[in-house]
Design a protein around this ligand. Structure first.
Ligand SMILES: Cc1ncc(COP(=O)(O)O)c(C=O)c1O
Length: 479
């Protein structure tokens, strides 16, 4: 049987017969009536010409049992019945039974070129065969080729990179650089932000669910310019006044840095109110501080701009990145100006794996794929279509309180009361589970755990977007 024929057969397999679906959820007669305007049949995944070879590894149940025994109990999983993902191709994932799922989460906004992209895989394999590890104590062209290409994507004099293995490491380093450069300790970050989980970055992170009760010094958390839940609505300048207040009343008058995401990812895809960053950057610069843009989630074309900070027309002093930079390979970076970067020469600063040839070869391949396949344009076009369709769903279902985000970094917030904005946490979990049954994987976030995070690979198509929304519509109509 040819691969395409197998794929077509798999496609025809209904993910969950409607009668079983309704029985499983014990859906009421009233709700069943409402489904009349939605297709009676579950939506069907767009066609895809690939079927994976049969999986012969351990089952999900066996893996789960081992996880419970051998992995930290802190490691969570999505879904009541967790998914054993065994293969990925472009925007699709396959489970142990060969069932295909549309990946609407992209390994947490990380897989930007698509799963198993041949160019990225080839770069990794070729470099691994030639030289996997050497450290930057020796010369190798992979790291300099990538650094040069990365610099060409950044504005102004942002051209000097230090490579790390993760976003946390990148933000830790950026915060330290700012402290060394300015001679100040105080840093301002935003409430509801997530910047990592080491000691400095946990301090910058401002959601109690992500903070342990350990020493986290010198970070002040400004009022979040959240257009949906914030007190000043979409007036970015009004929120920025709090940055001045913090400087006036919480510091010596000078600060080391201001760090923020352009769109808060873990915090539930919160776009900063328009005009906020220019105003906040202005205030921070006057207090002698550096502005750090955390592009770990919003970078690498995801928002339809190459960098998230471009959505607010600002130019940071330091940019941190990870996730999408390597399409899934452990890679992070801090990019700044040569003048600022110089502070690290006052002592020795070293990272064993940072800048290793395999990861940087992958990073270069990612940049080339984004350009070659016009993924930034695709994120804008498909993301706009997806957002329009999600907004139409919001008009249909009271449960949807807000739809937001840019490009392929979108959020859908569920509330049980639109006036009070009461978080619909249980409903969020239920919809996620049911969408998985229909063949769509999306993420979840927000302080209250009631926001869908839609951050798929940037090769997502309009048909994929329609399928995702149809699956959400089908699920919501049966609640
Ligand atoms: C905006 C942001 N910054 C930093 C981090 C930390 O990155 P990592 O998990 O690679 O340490 C994350 C992780 O989700 C993030 O979303």
């Amino acid at each position: 049987m040819t691969g395409s024929l197998v794929a077509k057969l798999i496609l025809r397999r209904s993910p969950l017969p409607q009668s079983r679906f309704i029985l499983q959820r014990g859906i009421s007669q009233q709700a069943a009536e409402r489904t009349k305007d939605v297709s009676a049949e579950p939506p069907v995944l767009p066609a895809f010409d690939y079927a994976p070879p049969a999986y012969t590894g351990p089952s999900g149940d066996e893996i789960l049992a081992k996880r419970k025994e051998y992995l930290s109990p802190s490691i969570l999983h999505f879904y009541k019945s967790p998914l054993n993902v065994v293969e990925g191709r472009r925007q699709y994932l396959f489970d142990e039974n060969g069932r295909r799922y549309l990946d609407g989460f992209g390994g947490i906004a990380t897989v930007c070129c698509g799963h198993g992209h041949p160019d990225v895989v080839a770069a990794i394999v070729e470099q691994t065969k030639r030289l996997q590890h050497s450290t930057v104590l020796y010369l190798n062209h992979a790291v300099t080729d990538f650094a040069e290409a990365l610099a060409s994507k950044l504005p102004g004099n942002l051209k000097v990179a230090f490579f790390t293995n993760s976003g946390t490491e990148a933000n830790e380093l950026a915060m330290m650089i700012a402290r060394l450069y300015t001679g100040c300790h105080d840093i301002i970050s935003l409430r509801n932000s997530y910047h990592g989980n080491a000691s400095g970055t946990m301090g910058a992170t401002a959601q109690s669910i992500w903070k342990f009760n350990v020493v986290q010094s010198g970070v002040h958390h400004a009022v979040n310019p959240d257009p949906y839940r914030g007190v000043f609505g979409s007036d970015g300048k009004k929120y920025a006044r709090d940055v001045q207040e913090i400087i006036n009343f919480g510091t010596s008058g000078n600060v080391a840095a201001f760090i923020s995401e352009a769109i808060q990812g873990v915090g539930g895809i919160v776009e900063l109110a328009p005009g906020y960053l220019p105003a906040a950057y202005d205030i921070v610069k006057k207090a002698g501080g550096l502005c750090i843009a955390d592009e770990v989630q919003s970078g690498f074309a995801r928002t339809g701009h190459f960098w998230g900070f471009e959505t607010q027309g600002v130019q940071p002093d330091i940019v941190t990145m990870a996730k999408g930079i390597g399409n899934g390979i452990p890679l992070g970076a801090v990019v700044t100006t040569p003048e600022i970067a110089k502070v690290l020469t006052h002592r020795s600063y070293f990272n064993t794996f940072g800048g290793n040839p395999v990861c940087t070869a992958a990073g270069l391949a990612v940049l080339k794929v984004i350009e070659k396949e016009k993924l930034q344009e695709n994120a804008f076009v498909v993301g706009s279509h997806l957002k329009d369709r999600l907004n139409a769903l919001k008009d249909k279902y009271e449960l949807i309180g807000d739809v937001r985000g840019k490009g392929l970094m979108l959020g859908v917030e569920l509330v049980t009361d639109r006036e009070l904005k009461t978080p619909a946490k249980d409903e969020t979990l239920h919809v996620m589970d049911q969408m998985k049954e229909l063949g769509v994987l999306i993420g979840k976030g927000g302080y209250y755990g009631n926001v869908f995070r839609i951050t798929p690979p940037l090769c997502f198509t309009k048909e994929d977007a329609d399928f995702l929304v149809d699956a959400m519509d089908y699920t919501l109509s049966r609640m």
